[in-house]
Write a protein that binds this ligand. Structure first.
Ligand SMILES: [Zn+2]
Length: 647
């Protein structure tokens, strides 16, 4: 198909997903193999022709990987998920074969870049760099070992994710132990024949229970179960995964995995990550101490002798302080957030902001809960999205955007999937923020999906920039005028503006602790990969004491279900790094008019639509007209919460 023609979305099957999956993945792999073989056939080609062949194969490989990865995490049929994992391994093997193929590298390296346009030139540079980062220019022995490591890491990554996905735990409590939870939650959790109620570690149960259950023992029991998901099964998986990543980094001449990983990120080096952690920890210290004092003081009212303040206390007492000091009752707030209205509101708000239109489509997909929409920009279809937003057995347990198809101008429409675990009825405002956040990734995938080169399509910037668009979009879920357009109670009364004002004041409370918690996760991801301690649990305990201002819960092993250790590896710092950028990006918007079209469209066109076609620092410069800085983030941290009540 030529440029200018809108390609058709991928048709998903109404049945026989196993056949469809195998047909699609195997066909794409065959096509990639054939294209790459042609690239090595010795024919005379200039750089542009060679890169086109490379790109065609890359498009096929990525498409195969996306569908296998998505279905392994969301398909309701266990057999299809297993098959998708197996095909995912085939794709990874094909990718490894390509990336360690010295003959291919030599062909591309020998091309003369003179005469290439700027994007083709950039693509060539990135492809050659990716090759070297795979070890293509190492000895035969080294490449053989790197191939083994790569194959094994694929299996370990899949094991790690599957173990988390399938390890749903639960506690059984007496009905009176639901005291404090919203009525609709209680109604949906009836006692069984033995007179007990089951509460699971899936998010809709876990997040509500730890925030609202008055019974401290029950809260603690559920917290222990939640923090032990994946334990002990994932302990050996994680140790082997970290050892292999470290070995790969060493073979490639790096001091550690974090050094290898950071080399192609905005931050640059492991040393810079360590310094960034310290800098943010110091900046957050006053706010975090202020938060903690308020939380501990509130806990003392219930438990005067209590010394500890841990994970089972934190969300519960945060809610109480917000209610007492800021007059924000999360249960009052959630009356305004009905799932269906929020989903509609999300589409209306982002549609207006980015000039997009979403048209519902009635097409087959993998589960009846999933809603599909075609996305239009200025009358032209620019993508398709699927929203898969409620938990079910065997489904991915966290919240993330998954690619279904990467966009290529004139050839493939970008398609993406939001996979979340939200409640079906009333939602907490926190869930609304999560939804806006994840949608930020989805819209980035779609708007960034009009590229010629697969390498730069969608969310293809340096990985430590990827959270910035999502973190910035969260701000739209905190604006009173915006919330009033979709948040209304059962009688249709919109959320009062003064309630949102109080919610915003309460949001300033807790941000110091939030940042320190994020630094704890950051330090776990960085230290487990860098120092490689023998006892992960001991390290987690020490890091929690140092960065998080709350106590470790004895007998728990959080790292075993910390899914980001698979995808983000040592780069969880990405969240804080991106937040620094997000606060600066947001400073360009007028808080009194978040829909102002000039700035919104400039952001859309210069940051999101650019995908990975420029370095992230340049995208920010193109939008802000200057380099990003730390000031907006520091000002946000320093802004003290203003209580609306004494207490
Ligand atoms: Zn995110």
């Amino acid at each position: 198909m030529s440029n200018g023609v809108t390609p058709a979305p991928l048709a998903l099957p109404a049945a026989h997903w196993d056949d469809w999956l195998c047909g699609r993945v195997d066909g794409l792999l065959e096509s990639a193999r054939e294209l790459l073989a042609r690239l090595k056939d010795g024919a005379e080609r200039d750089a542009a022709e060679a890169l086109e062949l490379w790109n065609d194969a890359d498009i096929a490989l990525r498409a195969a990987g996306s569908v296998a990865n998505l279905l392994s995490e969301v398909h309701p049929d266990d057999a299809v998920r297993s098959l998708a994992e197996q095909r995912g391994r085939d794709v990874e093997r094909a990718r490894t074969d390509r990336d360690l193929d010295r003959g291919l590298y030599d062909v591309l390296e020998a091309t003369d870049p003179a005469g290439l346009d700027e994007q083709a030139h950039r693509c060539r540079e990135h492809v050659l760099r990716d090759f070297r980062r795979s070890g293509v220019d190492r000895s035969d022995d080294a490449r053989a070992r790197l191939r083994e490591i790569s194959e094994r890491l694929t299996v370990l990554d899949q094991d790690f994710s599957r173990i988390i996905r399938e390890d749903v735990r639960s506690i059984r409590v007496r009905p009176e132990q639901l005291d404090g939870l919203p009525d609709d939650f209680v109604a949906a959790h009836a006692a069984d024949a033995a007179g007990l109620v089951t509460i699971t570690t899936d998010y809709p149960d876990y997040l509500a229970f730890r925030a609202f259950a008055r019974d401290a023992d029950a809260r603690r029991q559920l917290t222990v179960e939640f923090l032990n998901r994946g334990w002990p099964a994932n302990d050996p998986v994680l140790h082997e995964m970290l050892a292999l990543r470290a070995e790969k980094a060493t073979i490639l001449g790096y001091h550690s995995w974090p050094d290898y990983d950071a080399d192609v990120k905005m931050i640059g080096t492991a040393q810079a990550i360590a310094e960034f952690i310290d800098r943010v920890a110091d900046a957050a210290e006053p706010a975090a101490q202020r938060d903690k004092q308020a939380l501990v003081a509130r806990k003392r009212q219930d438990d005067p002798a209590g010394e500890r303040f841990d994970w089972s206390d934190f969300p519960y007492y945060s809610e109480l302080v917000r209610r007492d000091a800021f007059d924000v009752d999360a249960q009052e707030v959630r009356r305004y957030f009905d799932f269906a209205a929020v989903r509609r509101g999300l589409l209306d708000v982002t549609g207006r902001l980015f000039g997009l239109e979403y048209r519902p489509v009635d097409v087959p997909c993998w589960h009846e809960d999933v809603a599909g929409y075609d996305v239009f920009l200025e009358g032209a279809q620019v993508g398709r999205i699927y929203l898969d937003l409620h938990p079910r057995e065997g489904k991915f347990k966290h919240a993330a955007q998954f690619d279904l198809v990467g966009g290529i101008t004139g050839r493939q429409l970008p398609e993406g999937v939001l996979v979340c675990n939200l409640p079906r009825g009333l939602m907490e405002h926190r869930d609304v923020v999560t939804l806006f956040h994840e949608f930020g990734h989805l819209v980035h995938h779609i708007l960034g999906g009009r590229q010629r080169w697969a390498r730069f399509s969608g969310v293809a910037t340096e990985w430590d920039f990827v959270e910035a668009p999502s973190q910035m979009l969260e701000e739209w879920a905190w604006d009173a005028d915006i919330l009033r357009t979709f948040a209304a109670d059962a009688d249709g009364v919109p959320i009062p503006g003064e309630l949102v004002t109080r919610m915003r004041a309460a949001k300033d409370f807790g941000k110091g602790m939030f940042v320190r918690s994020q630094l704890f996760y950051t330090a776990v991801s960085f230290v487990l990969h860098g120092d490689r301690p023998a006892d992960h649990t001991l390290a987690v305990r020490e890091l929690q004491q140092r960065y998080d201002l709350i106590d470790y819960v004895d007998g728990t092993h959080f790292q075993a279900s910390f899914g980001h250790l698979s995808g983000y590896t040592s780069a969880y710092y990405t969240y804080m790094w991106s937040l620094v950028i997000a606060k600066d990006l947001f400073s360009a918007f007028d808080p009194a008019d978040l829909f102002a079209a000039e700035v919104a469209h400039r952001y859309r066109d210069r940051v999101l639509a650019a995908g990975g076609s420029k370095d992230a620092a340049q995208l920010v410069r193109d939008f802000l007209g200057r380099d990003f800085g730390f000031d907006a983030f520091a000002a946000w941290l320093d802004r003290a919460p203003v209580p609306s009540r004494a207490g």
